[in-house]
Design a protein around this ligand. Structure first.
Ligand code: GLU
Length: 494
């Protein structure tokens, strides 16, 4: 049987890391089995669903490269089938109309609370005589439709979860849950099960919070005479204090869109997310798409909750350091022809892109990116820390200026003189510049390090970066000379 899985988000907020991981695991399972990945937007909660959230889901999956094979289907489009199913359950006695008012239910709930027993609806409308039901309906008394959970004390629902193993629940512990609201709208628990059957889903791969719904959904399937899909529930992702991730608590860092904005490579993020709850038998961590599809297996999803190590307020580690490490490693090692389009997009965004980078300066562009990528954690850094390579309008880091320029006032005269020297070089590469520096420092009786560090700050604004001479080579003779000539402006005369 062909494997069919689905990602079924509710478009009621932003797409978060947990949701994206669910999508990823479904996608991996589909690809691994030459199956079908269905995207279903569960928009039955009309008050909370927004078009913007739908768009964010589509954009997010597209950005991650998790292409779906069918859909997006919209749950509301299947409303007729949901109601038809509810009616079938009514007809077969697996569901009943409940006319209890909110006030009546409140009284029942309060009585249970007073007696310190967990409240469940007592099923009184289940026993209403047919004439009474008829009369109430004629009179237009509002009602909900409840599922009639088997009341045999020995009855239980069980399923073999691919991650959590055998899960069993006594029917007595499942109340007669509502499947259609009094305004006639079917509830998620019903729609979700009906749609899984309609979409011929073979494996339901979803967050562990779905486990609570599964027995009820299995009861619905049993009542309809349908074989339920296989379930695989994934552990939740918690923060380092073991709290569930949420935008309210953790802010943007849990939203997928944020990773895109802050310069993540989509695959680096996928690779990181894959390990939030799954591990390879040999402990390997870096995978290409094809390798991950090959290695991934539902049976290796951990039961333990996974931890997203995010510490608020640490700007350097603005997300889990492991995620940053993955991104940096990909940036540093991926094939240049795959990286360059991302760098181009980043520079375009920042207004630093020049068409010549793809034309006559193509080779220069690639060399420059290759040189600077070694130290970057995100794509953003190509336009921030890397700005001095693509524009003359870059900023100077105060600390670097203090340490490398202001501390050595002689550089005020020396750097322009060095500039004149460099301007005369017939060949401007890292060897010739290095020779020029060494002999210049020796002649002037000053430590080479002082001239080197001063130059670094004068031409790039910082005190860190690639080797100075390689850096000078990619910056090029004209820019280096010009920036060194302007250095005195950074070192006020006493
Ligand atoms: N719409 C549900 C959610 O977003 C789907 C749960 C499921 O995958 O069955 O939580």
């Amino acid at each position: 049987m062909q494997v069919r899985v689905r990602f079924a988000p509710s478009p009621t907020g932003y797409l978060h890391i947990g949701g994206a991981r669910t999508a990823l695991y479904n996608w991996l399972w589909a690809r691994k089995n030459n199956g079908v990945f269905v995207l279903r937007i569960e928009d039955t909660d009309l008050e909370r669903s927004t078009e913007e959230a739908v768009q964010q889901i589509l954009d997010g999956l597209t950005w991650l490269g998790l292409e779906w094979d069918e859909g997006p289907y919209f749950q509301t489009a299947n409303a007729a089938k949901h109601l038809e199913t509810a009616n079938r359950l009514l007809e077969t006695g697996h569901a009943y109309r409940c006319f209890c008012t909110k006030e009546e239910l409140d009284v029942q709930r309060e009585a249970a609370e007073a007696a310190r027993i967990a409240y469940t609806y007592d099923g009184r409308c289940r026993r209403l005589p047919a004439e009474e039901i008829h009369r109430k309906m004629e009179a237009g008394v509002p009602y909900v439709i409840r599922f009639a959970t088997p009341r045999d004390p020995t009855a239980a629902v069980a399923f073999d979860d691919l991650v959590y193993g055998r899960v069993e629940k006594r029917c007595l512990d499942i109340e007669d849950f509502v499947i259609v609201r009094s305004d006639g709208r079917p509830l998620y628990i019903l729609c979700n099960a009906v749609d899984d059957e309609q979409d011929r889903i073979t494996h339901v791969i979803r967050g562990a919070d779905g486990i609570a719904n599964t027995p009820k959904q299995i009861l619905i399937y049993q009542a309809l005479g349908i074989k339920p899909p296989v379930f695989a529930h994934m552990p939740l992702t918690l923060d380092s204090k073991r709290t569930k991730l949420s935008k309210r608590r953790h802010g943007e860092v849990v939203t997928l869109a944020y990773y895109r904005e802050r310069g993540f490579l989509p695959w680096a993020l996928c690779n990181f997310m894959a390990l939030l709850g799954w591990s390879s038998p040999d402990g390997r961590e870096f995978f290409t798409r094809e390798e991950l599809i090959e290695a991934f297996d539902l049976s290796r999803i951990n039961r333990a909750n996974s931890v997203f190590n995010y510490v608020p307020g640490d700007e350097k580690n603005w997300t889990d350091p492991k995620a940053l490490h993955f991104n940096a490693t990909y940036i540093r090692t991926m094939p240049m022809d795959e990286l360059l389009p991302y760098v181009k997009a980043e520079l375009m965004d920042a207004g630093l892109w020049r068409d010549s980078f793809e034309g006559e300066r193509r080779e220069w562009f690639s060399r420059t990116v290759d040189l600077i990528r070694a130290r970057y954690h995100t794509l953003k850094e190509f336009s921030t820390r890397g700005r001095c390579y693509f524009s003359d309008d870059f900023t100077f880091d105060d600390e670097a200026v203090k340490k490398n320029l202001l501390k050595h006032p002689s550089l005020r005269e020396l750097l322009p003189e060095l500039a004149d020297r460099l301007a005369k070089l017939a060949v401007f590469d890292h060897e010739s510049t290095e020779d020029a520096f060494r002999s210049f420092a020796e002649e002037k009786g000053i430590k080479a390090g002082i001239v080197i560090n001063g130059t670094r700050t004068a031409v790039s604004g910082t005190s860190v970066g690639p080797g100075l001479f390689e850096m000078l080579e990619v910056l090029g003779q004209d820019r280096v000379v010009e920036r060194l000539r302007k250095a005195p402006a950074l070192i006020p005369a006493n």
